[in-house]
Design a protein around this ligand. Sequence first.
Ligand code: NAI
Length: 399
Amino acid sequence: MIIKPQIMRGGLVKNPHPIGLKNVVSKYIDYTKSKGQFTGKKRALIIGGSSGYGLASRIALAYGANADTINVSFENGVTDKRLGSAGWWNNIWFEHFAKQDGLIATDIIGDAFSDEIKQQTIEAIKREFGGKIDVLIYSLASPKRKDPKTGIVHSSVLKSTTGEVAAPTLDLAKERIVDGKMLEATKDDIDETIKVMGGEDWQLWVEALQEADLLAEGFKSTAYSYDGAKATDLIYKKGTIGAAKRHLEKTAHELNDALKNIQGEAFVTVAKALVTKASAFIPLFPLYGCALFKVMKEEGTHENTIEQIERFMRDMMYGDKRIVDEVGRVRPDNLEMNPATQQKVDAIMEIMDNDNFKGISDFAGFYQDFLEINGFNVEGVDYDKSIDVEYLSSLALNA
Ligand code: NAI
């Protein structure tokens, strides 16, 4: 079978390329290895570690902290109709490389919001890690959450809290800017989004692990957030997603207090805007990304996902170069937020249209990253070569 990229509505790709993804995971691992260790051996739990920031965290910890890892993610394996999601292959290949390198790597596939998966994870920590973890990375991006207590399914929405706003975005399949708007959120929309993307589930995880006495002395936990500046404020900071992130921040303070007795800590990490499955879906965000990449690459400050997270882990999670803002959030997005950088980004955003966006922004780089997270256009892969579906289907997690 030969696979070519088939971009569907909403920026999803039908069949990600398994071999391309193997090379991407391997490239991320090589990058981390090239930087050397940043701390001693850790036992890490990653919630949402199959793609984006969670995958980068898993790799950075495994190869920069010699960490054994358990990852909880929601991904589809191979079926008659589909070849498996990108995150599925990232898990397969991460396990493959980590085990080759003598690390424990366990994957739990299922709904991280559920009590069952929390219980399964607790069992895995007892079985695989001798009953303690040193670090929990919370990196979920999900449109829905079933509340384990009530059974009610909550849906997050991308709406504005300041009235209807224009939100043009990129149609990646057609390579065009398309008009769009963000509708005004109701109180219910805001509450629903907070239920899904706020801090409640992170808190439930930490409480469940603490109750089971699985947190080691000095335990650390972080959840990722985005803040952004003028260009994205109306759709992000002042959107329903921003309201959920404020809730996440409030949760961080509560968790931080609850962890003091074990000299532990919890904080929100504000990360840079990058191309992931989740971010490609947020209106305006891809256009902002194209402008931002252009400016940051010209300045020499651009980082991809693994570069951003490796620096965060080395300097700020475990190092002594932590940048903390006035509300206690850790800020590896410092280079993106540089006022001079933002000024240049604003200038591009102001004049960007369908006739000029490929020239004045880094559309090519953004599009390349989008293809890459789906396993396409990756160096060293022969895309005209048929892939062995039977062999790939036989690969299993936790084998
Ligand atoms: P992503 O889409 O690449 O990854 C999401 C992860 O969540 C995947 O591992 C997926 O399997 C997992 N997941 C989703 N629903 C699940 C469920 N019910 N049970 C178990 N696993 C589930 O997303 P991305 O962009 O890496 O987002 C992670 C976090 O980083 C989010 O909180 C996001 O707001 C934040 N962030 C993202 C930025 C970006 O530019 N992409 C910038 C700053 C923060």
